[in-house]
Write a protein that binds this ligand. Structure first.
Ligand code: DSN
Length: 436
């Protein structure tokens, strides 16, 4: 019990140490990753991990939750303040569980949902056939316009009126443009009026939650029935998720006239006992800490810099003859189209990795290649912005990526880029006083 990690398990300790070195010595451009603060990191490694606390603050199934209640209530209150949400559940272990619980709260298996095509920037939990969502619910999809790779809201409206879903889902994991949530609401309302039933609007804002919290992206909270998000992407908290919703179920009179629960209670019941057992109390406390950080004024400056950096990175790539899907970005992410380079995402991801530029291969809209070796590379700026990178450094990163694409079969050129990246990273120390 008293031995430390290094002494007891050097294999794991070494892997952790090497991961810290990897993070320090590379340009982390995976759009869904970020670096948490020391305070968030510290909270995750506390004794809160020892506790069982099924239930919710002041309504638990185990004794001894007086301190867990404090941390969970802080997380709830701060998330409500940060996003202006009526109700927040902070227990989902991950984004998938948040989406699962959200569907379960108001839908029945077999109900229709309209969401974004995965290949156009959607997400596995938005109806992929290999995911629970595609197996349990009847999904149909809208996509982007083939001419500009942007959402065509008139087309979304047309498909929605044709499909008449019970839920319209807005939310993406690889869409670089701003989302018009108010227009999504109008479309859901049109469907409700036409069917005389009801069409809920849900947004999954996992990628852009930080931008929304900083009020530099259109706001889904006032117009959506349910909003889910992970907490570890632009929001820069620990891994996990939350669900935000309205207190009342706007279609209760239609779908659940005799039910006793409002929407907030339905969401809570779907998370526990519907979906999960004991909450991860150390992670919930870390979410509380992250939300406190996000309520500080410098968080807004950070989010503005994330967007400025992404914009500079996209511009530099295009100036260097690299194609960017939709011709730019409005948010934190960029999708590189490798079609004209005649390269696959798999080999480019690997070559960039060798140059210490960390990215992920990704489908692009209307991709002719397979998901295992698609035509795109997705990149984003949240992590490097946390590290202190600004526009000048993003221009260097953009040029480095272009060089790797040009010289993909030239190991000495890749090594040159690696040396440049190593030297750049040294100027922006990550967790400088940490051993591992
Ligand atoms: N895996 C996440 C991402 O990279 O966007 C989404 O779940």
């Amino acid at each position: 019990m008293l031995e430390n990690l290094k002494n007891f398990d050097p294999e794991v300790a070494d892997a952790v140490k090497n991961e810290l070195k990897r993070e320090r010595e590379g340009a982390e451009l995976i759009a869904s990753e970020n670096f948490v603060s020391r305070a968030v990191l510290e909270t995750m490694g506390t004794v809160l991990t020892n506790k069982y606390s099924e239930g919710y603050p002041n309504k638990r199934y185990y004794a001894g939750n007086e301190f867990i209640d404090i941390t969970e209530q802080l997380a709830i209150n701060r998330a409500k303040q940060l996003f202006g949400a009526e109700h927040v559940n902070v227990q989902p272990h991950a984004g998938s569980q948040a989406n699962m619980a959200a569907y379960m709260a108001i839908l029945n298996p077999g109900d229709k949902i309209l969401g974004m095509d995965l290949a156009h920037g959607g997400h596995l939990t938005h109806g992929s056939k290999v995911n629970f969502s595609g197996k349990l619910y009847k999904f149909s999809a809208y996509g982007v316009n083939p001419d500009n790779c942007m959402l065509d809201m008139d087309e979304v409206a047309r498909i929605a009126l044709e499909e008449k879903p019970k839920m319209l889902l807005a939310g993406f994991s690889a869409y670089p443009r701003e989302i018009d949530f108010a227009r999504f609401r109008k479309i859901a309302d049109e469907v409700s009026n036409v069917t005389g039933q009801g069409c809920y609007l849900m947004a999954d804002v996992a990628h852009i939650a930080g931008l929304i919290a900083a009020k530099i992206h259109s706001d889904p909270i006032p117009v959506c029935d349910i909003v889910t998000t992970t907490t570890h992407k632009t929001l820069r908290g620990p891994r996990g998720a939350i669900i935000m919703c309205k207190e009342e179920d706007r279609f209760k009179h239609i779908f659940d006239p005799d039910g006793k629960k409002n929407l907030a209670r339905k969401i809570d019941s779907a998370v526990f006992p519907g979906m999960q057992g004991g909450p991860l109390d150390h992670m919930i406390a870390a979410k509380a800490v992250a939300f406190k950080e996000a309520l500080q004024p410098d968080f807004v400056e950070y989010q503005k810099q994330v967007v400025k950096n992404a914009s500079m990175l996209a511009e530099t790539l295009m100036e260097n003859d690299v194609d960017v899907v939709s011709g730019g970005t409005d948010n934190h992410l960029i999708l590189i189209d490798l079609t004209k380079n005649n390269l696959g995402g798999k080999e480019v991801e690997l070559a960039l990795d060798k140059a210490h530029i960390f990215t992920n291969k990704n489908m692009i809209p209307f991709d002719k290649r397979s998901p295992f070796d698609p035509s795109g590379i997705r990149i984003g700026t949240p992590a490097l912005t946390t590290r202190g990178f600004k526009e000048d450094e993003m221009a260097i990163i953009g040029e480095s990526i272009a060089k790797v694409l040009r010289c993909i079969n030239d190991p000495s050129a890749i090594e040159e880029v690696r040396q440049e990246i190593l030297s750049l990273c040294k100027d922006f120390p990550l967790y400088p006083d940490m051993e591992y």
